[in-house]
Design a protein around this ligand. Structure first.
Ligand code: RP5
Length: 192
């Protein structure tokens, strides 16, 4: 014992009882993981984003996960790159669903994080989304789907979101057909 007080880093200013907590392995992950926060914002889900690594600040990550589990957080999202053990580290200490987002921040472009997030041993699952921005968005949508199981208002919003997606694709198709009829959507360049 050195007699020194343990370093107890503060938690970011936040809603005290976030329904969803997004963990980032590094602040360099924020540009991608902000997509998840944006979706939760759109659905009006109280959330919090925290930088805390599975490796560099392991004890803090465990402590925070247990703290937010006690406070009632329903779903955790964990975005990390490289040897991405963050989602698994959370899942090890919370019974709540954990959704991992593999990030393409290493020379292996996310394949490493995809495998290390998805390949959990039997008994401690994490849901794993696609690599990068699509995965970050989908993690938040999946979190909303989980919450909507017991929240009709959220389910109605989800249905509205799906209908908007459908309208967008149908609209894009109509535009493509129009442009092709008028010859304004170019043909692919001939192969050389
Ligand atoms: C991972 O290593 C982080 O999640 C991040 O994606 C990657 C690089 O982190 P930094 O070196 O930019 O902090 O743990």
């Amino acid at each position: 014992m050195t007699g020194k007080r343990e370093y107890n880093p503060p938690v970011a200013a936040a809603p005290a009882n976030p329904v969803v907590v997004i963990f980032l392995g590094s602040d360099s992950d924020w540009s991608v993981m902000a997509r998840a926060a944006q979706v939760l914002e759109e659905f009006g889900v109280p959330h919090l984003a925290i930088v805390s690594s599975a490796h560099r600040t392991h004890d803090r990550t465990v402590r925070l996960t247990k703290l937010f589990t006690r406070r009632g957080t329903r779903v955790f999202i964990a975005g990390a790159g490289a040897a991405a053990h963050l989602a698994g580290a959370l899942a090890a200490v919370t019974p709540r669903p954990v959704i991992g987002v593999p990030l393409a921040s290493s020379p292996l472009a996310g394949l490493d994080s995809l495998l290390s997030t998805a390949q959990m041993p039997s008994g401690v699952p994490v849901a794993c989304t696609a690599i990068g921005e699509a995965g970050a968005r989908n993690a938040a949508i999946l979190a909303v789907e989980i919450l909507a199981l017991s929240d009709r208002r959220l389910e109605t919003k989800l249905l509205g979101y799906r209908q908007a997606l459908e309208r967008e694709v149908v609209g894009n198709d109509a535009r493509l057909q129009r442009e092709r009829r008028h010859g304004s959507r170019g043909r692919p360049a001939p192969r050389r």
